[in-house]
Design a protein around this ligand. Structure first.
Ligand code: B16
Ligand code: MG
Length: 219
């Protein structure tokens, strides 16, 4: 196994939990447009791009491109209102000490998020300066499960994909990382079972060295 030199973190569901705000924003749009949309529907939007989220919310309901762009902008404006309430206390349990531990262990750390609002969220959490690279929803055309975003981040870090671990909470993100040849740690309770290592309770009770040791055993 190649020596692991970098950790790449997904944002929503790994570093913080913005899924509820995405839900509230899509729900407001759906209600205004008389489209049924439940929390279960929202689970299907985890980790996928804004455009793919709209397609899934519409469930085949046809709209033209101009309307699609306008609806995505409206949803994003509702989402941005919710983001105003984010503070440094909204990091998921243990993530700050895990990031500090990874850096102390000499690992490069970076973010790979499908969100076009990743800089805004990381700035509000007051952790943006910790990362050597941030890949967001603007840097590549093909979104997860295409590997492009994580490959772009690895390029910015100057590491090969087999030297990096991706931490992901969504099936699309796990597939993206596997497609790129990364090691993958699945976080949380969604379908992340194809990851090399699954941590249902997140990163609160584990060290960077534990991750390296467990991946060595698993791969
Ligand atoms: P935006 P991640 C993803 O973030 C969210 O999980 C997903 O629900 C959202 O649709 C996507 O970002 C795009 O977000 O509308 O802000 O560009 O998990 O990749 O960090
Ligand atoms: Mg995510």
């Amino acid at each position: 196994m190649a020596k692991i030199t970098a950790f790449i973190f997904d944002l929503d569901g790994v570093i913080t939990d913005t899924a509820e705000y995405h839900y509230l924003a899509w729900k407001q749009l759906a209600d205004e447009e008389h489209i049924a949309f439940t929390r279960q529907d929202n689970d299907q939007l985890r980790g996928v791009s804004r455009r793919e989220s709209l397609n899934r919310m519409l469930k085949g309901h046809p709209i033209d491109e101009t309307t699609a762009q306008a609806w995505m902008e409206r949803k994003n404006n509702y989402y941005l209102q919710h983001l105003k309430s984010i503070t440094p206390n909204d990091c998921l349990p243990g993530i700050k000490s895990f990031l500090a531990d990874a850096r102390a262990a000499g690992l490069k750390i970076a973010v790979g998020s499908a969100s076009k609002n990743a800089y805004e969220v990381l700035t509000r959490l007051e952790i943006i300066d910790l990362f050597e690279a941030v890949g967001d929803g603007y840097v590549v055309k093909n979104s997860k499960p295409a590997p492009d975003l994580f490959v772009w981040v690895a390029g910015r870090l100057g590491v090969h994909t087999e030297e990096a671990v991706v931490f992901e909470d969504a099936e699309a993100g796990v597939e993206a990382a596997l497609n790129g040849g990364f090691h993958v740690v699945g976080i949380g309770h969604a379908d992340v079972t194809r990851a090399h290592l699954v941590l249902r309770e997140g990163l609160a009770q584990i060290t960077a060295q534990d991750i390296l040791t467990q991946l060595q055993r698993a791969t």
